[in-house]
Design a protein around this ligand. Structure first.
Ligand code: ATP
Ligand code: MG
Length: 851
C-alpha cells in the first residue's frame, strides 16, 4: 500500500485491480476469467490516466463493439464528474478506428502502387460485396453456380485477415482452385478501387499497409497515442494484432525518437486543451500497451481470431507485467461452478481458478423439453415465476422482483429466436431482439443510404446502380449497361459518364436526358461536388430529409401506402427514422474524438484536395455518419434501459451481464454447431467456450433448455442433447426431464393440427456416449412445467384500445395499435411505433394514452 491507493479512482477495487489500474507505464497483460472486472479496469485506468494529467488525445481504448465503446465513454465521463469532459479521447472499435485512419491518411498514400483509395471512400457491406462479386464472376466468364460469391468472398476475407492482398495471394497460389480465387480476388480488388470502396477487412488491411509503408503516417499516429488499451484481446485476428503493434511502435527506441520529430504537428488540439504537448511525456519511449482478455472466452476463431495473440503477448513485449484477477463479481457460486466444470473439458487451456464473491445462490436449472414450442413455454413460465416470486432478486442481491430488463435469452443462431419470440408475444412479455443491423438492412433504408453514399462518393457504383432508377426514371437496365460499358471503355466512373450521357453513342435521347437529370439532382445537394452554394443543405438531417423527398423515394412509398398497403406505411416511418438518426448523430458527434477530422491547420492544408479546400464540414459529417451506419453490429442494439427482455445470439452476449439468463437449444448440431463438429470432429472447443461465455453472463439465475424434437426447415427431427449439458457438474445443476409431461398440453394448445404428433415419430434414440450419459442424468420425469396450461391467444376487441387507434407510450412515443389479445393481467397490445418499431406490451404496465 502506498499513496496512490488513496486515489479516488482506486476506491472499491481489489488489490490486483488497483495494481492493474495504477500500472500505467510499460506493457501490461491482464489475463483473467469472466466477471473479474477486466472491462472495469480499462475504464478506470482510462479515467486514472486523465487524472494523472495525460492529455485525452494520447489515450486510445479499443473495444469489441460500438456499444461497448459508447458505454465506456459514458462511464469515463461519470468517473471524471468534476473535471472537464475528456475531449479528444478515442474509445472505438478496431474497425471504426481504421475507417477513420483511412479517411484521414489515404491521401498521403497517393501514388503508392495498387493503392487507389481516397479519403472519401465508401464501406461496402456484405450485400454490396456480393453484388460486386457477382459482376466480377460474370465478367470473368464464370458462373455463380461453380463459384459461389459467398465462398469466394469468404476465402478473400480469410486472406485479408492474414494481410494478404490480391498480389500476395496470387504469388502464393499453386493449384488451379487457388489460382482462380486469385484472379477473382484481383478483379474484385480492382472493382472496389474503381468504385472508391473498401470492404470491412480492407479497413484493417489497408490501415496496416499505411502504417507499414508510410513513415509520416506511422510517426504521426505513434506520436499521438501514447496509451493503448484493448479489451477482449483474445478475439483479435492477425490483422488487428499487427495493427496494435504498429500503433504501439516497433521498439521502445523508435517510439521515443518519434516523439520529438513529429509531436509538433500533433493535430486537433482544441482551445480548451493545453496548447503544448506534455514536456516530459509520462513513460515516453515505453510501450504503454495494456491488453485484457480471457482465452477461455475466445469465440471468433471462425472469423480469423487467433488465441495465440494473447498467449504470446509476453514474447511480443518482453518484460511485460502480467496481472491475474482472481475474483468474480458477477455470478453466484453455483453458476460459476457450472461454468468451471464445463470449461475444464477443454484440453488446450491453462486453468484459472475464480473465486465467487457473490456467495451461494440458486443452482442453474437444466430442463429437457418436448419440442421448441414446449421449450418456449418453459422459458415463459420460468420468467413469469421469477417475476411473481421475486426469486431472481435485484442486482444488489435483494429479493425484490426482477424487472423485464433483468432477463436475457441466448441462442446459438438467430433462427432459434422465432418460436420464443412468438411465445413471449403471446404471453404479453415485452422483449427486444438484439439485431442492430436489421434496421439498416431494410429495403427502403438501404435505398436512402445508397443515395447518401452517392452524394458522399459519386464513384460508388454499387450504390449508384441500386438507386439510379428507383423510383423509376426511365433509366432501365439496358441503358445502364450501355453507360457502364462506355465508362469501362474510357476508364471513367459511371457517374461521370452519365454527366455527358448525350455523347454515349447508342443511348436513346430519352435515357440520356434521364441520366443527365439524375446527375443534376445529385449536383443540387452537393453544389456540384463543392458542397457550397444556395442549393446545398445546411445540416445533416436537412440533407437526409431532402435526399429522401427530392429523390422521389418518399413519394414512391407514399403512393403505395395510399393504396392501403400497411407495409409501406412502415417504410415511410423508417425513412423518417433515418432523418431522426441523422439528427441524433449530428448532435452527438464529437469532432475532437474523430481522428479523421481533427486535422491541425498545417496538416489540413497538406491533405486538402487539389483546389486547396479542406473537407466541407457537411461532407465530413456525412462521411462519419455513413461510416457509423456501415459499422453498426448486432450487439450495438443492446439497450439495458429498454425495460424489456433481451433476446440475442451467444456471440452478441460477450462482455454483457444479466441477473437472469435462459440459454435455449442446447442440442448437438446447434451447440456445438454442425459446422464446428465437421471442422473439428475431435473437440469443438470453441463451441464449448461459447457455451461458457453464455453461462458466465448470468448473475443469479440460469436456465438451460434442450428440446427432444425440433423442426428444422419444416421437418420435425429427433435431437440429441448437447454434450455440454452432460459435462456440467451434476451436483451443481438441477436437471429435469419434462419432455413427456408436455405432450398432452401440446395437443390442447395447438389444437390437433399436427396429425403426425410427436409420439408417432420413430425414436432413433441417443447416439453419442455423452448423450447417453445425459439421459442417465435425466433419470425420471419431474413435475410438469407449472404454467403450461392452455392460454387464450386469439385477438380480442378491447374497448379502450381498439385495433387501429393511435396511442402514446412514455418511452416509445406514438404508435398504432395492431392487435390486442389475452385476458386480465395478461392482456397485451401489439403496437407499431413510429420510431421504436413494433412491440408487444402488457396493457397493465404499458402506461398507454390514446392520442
Ligand atoms: P467479461 O470477461 O465477461 O467481459 P469482465 O472481466 O470484463 O467480464 P466486468 O464486466 O468488468 O468483468 O465486471 C463484472 C461485474 O463485476 C460488473 O458488474 C462490475 O461492475 C463488477 N465489478 C468488477 N470489479 C468489482 C469490484 N472490485 N467490486 C465490485 N464489483 C465489481
Ligand atoms: Mg469485459
Amino acid at each position: 500500500m502506498n499513496d496512490r491507493d488513496d486515489h479516488p479512482l482506486l476506491a472499491g477495487l481489489t488489490a490486483a485491480q488497483r495494481d492493474a489500474v495504477a500500472t500505467v507505464d510499460g506493457p501490461l497483460l491482464i489475463l483473467a476469467g469472466p466477471g473479474s472486472g477486466k472491462t472495469r479496469v480499462i475504464t478506470r485506468r482510462t479515467a486514472y490516466l486523465l487524472t494523472l494529467g495525460v492529455p485525452p488525445w494520447q489515450i486510445l481504448a479499443l473495444t469489441f463493439t460500438n456499444k461497448a465503446a459508447g458505454e465506456m465513454r459514458e462511464r469515463v465521463d461519470r468517473l471524471l464528474e468534476q473535471g472537464p469532459p475528456a475531449r479528444g479521447l478515442t474509445i472505438s472499435t478496431f474497425h471504426a478506428l481504421c475507417a477513420r485512419l483511412l479517411r484521414r491518411y489515404a491521401p498521403m498514400m497517393e501514388g503508392a502502387p495498387r493503392w487507389g483509395v481516397r479519403g472519401d471512400y465508401t464501406i461496402y457491406d456484405t450485400d454490396d460485396q456480393t453484388s460486386l462479386m457477382k459482376r466480377v464472376i460474370a465478367d470473368l466468364g464464370l458462373t455463380t453456380g461453380n463459384w459461389s460469391p459467398r465462398t469466394v468472398l469468404g476465402q478473400i476475407s480469410a486472406a485479408k485477415n492474414q494481410l494478404q492482398d490480391a498480389a500476395a495471394f496470387a504469388a502464393g497460389a499453386a493449384d488451379f482452385h487457388s489460382k482462380m480465387i486469385a484472379r477473382l480476388y484481383d478483379a474484385y480488388e480492382r472493382g472496389l478501387r474503381h468504385a472508391n470502396a473498401v470492404d470491412f477487412d480492407d479497413l484493417l488491411m489497408l490501415s496496416v499497409r499505411m502504417l507499414r509503408e508510410n513513415a509520416d503516417v506511422r510517426n504521426e499516429v505513434q506520436a499521438r497515442w501514447k496509451y493503448l488499451m484493448i479489451d477482449e484481446y483474445q478475439d483479435t485476428n492477425h490483422a488487428q494484432f499487427v495493427l496494435s503493434t504498429m500503433l504501439v511502435g516497433e521498439s521502445a527506441g523508435e517510439a521515443g525518437a518519434s516523439d520529438a520529430s513529429s509531436v509538433e504537428g500533433l493535430p486537433g488540439i482544441e482551445d480548451d486543451e493545453p496548447a503544448a504537448p506534455d514536456p516530459a511525456p509520462r513513460g515516453g519511449g515505453r510501450r504503454n500497451v495494456c491488453v485484457v482478455g480471457d482465452p477461455d472466452q475466445s469465440i471468433y476463431g471462425w472469423r480469423g481470431a487467433d488465441i495465440a495473440n494473447i498467449l504470446s503477448f509476453e514474447e511480443q513485449y518482453p518484460g511485460a507485467k502480467v496481472i491475474a484477477l482472481g475474483e468474480n463479481f458477477r455470478s453466484t457460486a453455483p453458476i460459476l461452478r457450472a461454468a468451471d466444470g464445463l470449461i475444464r473439458h477443454n484440453k488446450r487451456r491453462k486453468h484459472k481458478p475464480l473465486i465467487a464473491t457473490r456467495g451461494d445462490g440458486h443452482r442453474p436449472e437444466v430442463i429437457l423439453c418436448r419440442d421448441e414450442h414446449h421449450e418456449a413455454a418453459v422459458v415463459v413460465d420460468w420468467i413469469r415465476a421469477l417475476r411473481e416470486f421475486g426469486a431472481a432478486g435485484g442486482a444488489d442481491g435483494s429479493r425484490s422482483a426482477p424487472a423485464w430488463k433483468d432477463f436475457a435469452i441466448f441462442y446459438r443462431n438467430n433462427a432459434l429466436s422465432r418460436v420464443v419470440e412468438d411465445a413471449l408475444r403471446q404471453a404479453g412479455m415485452p422483449h427486444v431482439i438484439v439485431r442492430g443491423t436489421a434496421f439498416y438492412q431494410r429495403e427502403e433504408v438501404k435505398d436512402a443510404v445508397a443515395y447518401l453514399r452517392v452524394v458522399a462518393n459519386p464513384a460508388d457504383e454499387v450504390s449508384l446502380r441500386r438507386i439510379v432508377n428507383k423510383p423509376a426514371r426511365k433509366l432501365g437496365t439496358t441503358s445502364i449497361e450501355k453507360l457502364a460499358e462506355a465508362a469501362a471503355a474510357s476508364g471513367r466512373t459511371l457517374m461521370d459518364t452519365m454527366r455527358d450521357a448525350a455523347r454515349v453513342g447508342d443511348l436513346t435521347p430519352a435515357a440520356a436526358g434521364a441520366a443527365r437529370r439524375f446527375v443534376e439532382l445529385v449536383d443540387q445537394w452537393t453544389g456540384g461536388g463543392s458542397f457550397m452554394g444556395a442549393s446545398v443543405p445546411d445540416s445533416l438531417p436537412d440533407l437526409v430529409s431532402r435526399v429522401i423527398s427530392e429523390s422521389g423515394l418518399e413519394g414512391h412509398y407514399r403512393a403505395l401506402r395510399d393504396k392501403g398497403n400497411e407495409e409501406d406505411a412502415e417504410r415511410l416511418a423508417n425513412l423518417e427514422e433515418i432523418v431522426s438518426s441523422a439528427r441524433d448523430f449530428q448532435e452527438q458527434y464529437d469532432a475532437a474524438s474523430d481522428p479523421a477530422s481533427d486535422l491541425g491547420e498545417a496538416r489540413a492544408a497538406a491533405l486538402a484536395g487539389p483546389d486547396g479546400a479542406a473537407t466541407p464540414p457537411l461532407l465530413a459529417l456525412l462521411r462519419a455518419y455513413l461510416e457509423r451506419v456501415s459499422l453498426v453490429a448486432d450487439a450495438d442494439a443492446v439497450d439495458p434501459a429498454s425495460g424489456a427482455i433481451t433476446l440475442m445470439t451467444l456471440h452478441a452476449a460477450k462482455g454483457l451481464e444479466f441477473p437472469a439468463v435462459a440459454m435455449i437449444g442446447l442440442e448437438e448440431g446447434l451447440l456445438p454447431s454442425m459446422r464446428a463438429m465437421e471442422n473439428d470432429p475431435g473437440e469443438p472447443e470453441e463451441e464449448r467456450r461459447l457455451c461458457f461465455v453464455g453461462i458466465t453472463r448470468a448473475m443469479q439465475r440460469l436456465l438451460i433448455t434442450s428440446a427432444k424434437y425440433r423442426s428444422v426447415r419444416g421437418l420435425r427431427e429427433r435431437t440429441i442433447p448437447s454434450r455440454f449439458i452432460a459435462e456440467l457438474p451434476a451436483q451443481d445443476v438441477i436437471v429435469s426431464d419434462q419432455s413427456e409431461s408436455w405432450e398432452e398440453d401440446d395437443f390442447i394448445r395447438r389444437g390437433i393440427e399436427d396429425d403426425q404428433g410427436p409420439s408417432r415419430r420413430p425414436d432413433s434414440g441417443p447416439r453419442s456416449p455423452a448423450a447417453r450419459k445425459l439421459l442417465d442424468t435425466f433419470g425420471g420425469s419431474s413435475p410438469r412445467s407449472p404454467g403450461s396450461a392452455p392460454r387464450t391467444r386469439a385477438p380480442v376487441d378491447d374497448p379502450q384500445f381498439p385495433a387501429g387507434c393511435k396511442v402514446r407510450h412514455p418511452q416509445f412515443g406514438v404508435g398504432t395499435v395492431r392487435e390486442v389479445s389475452g385476458l386480465g393481467v395478461n392482456r397485451r397490445a401489439t403496437i407499431a411505433f413510429l420510431q421504436a418499431g413494433t412491440k408487444t406490451l402488457i396493457l397493465q404496465y404499458a402506461k398507454l394514452e390514446r392520442v
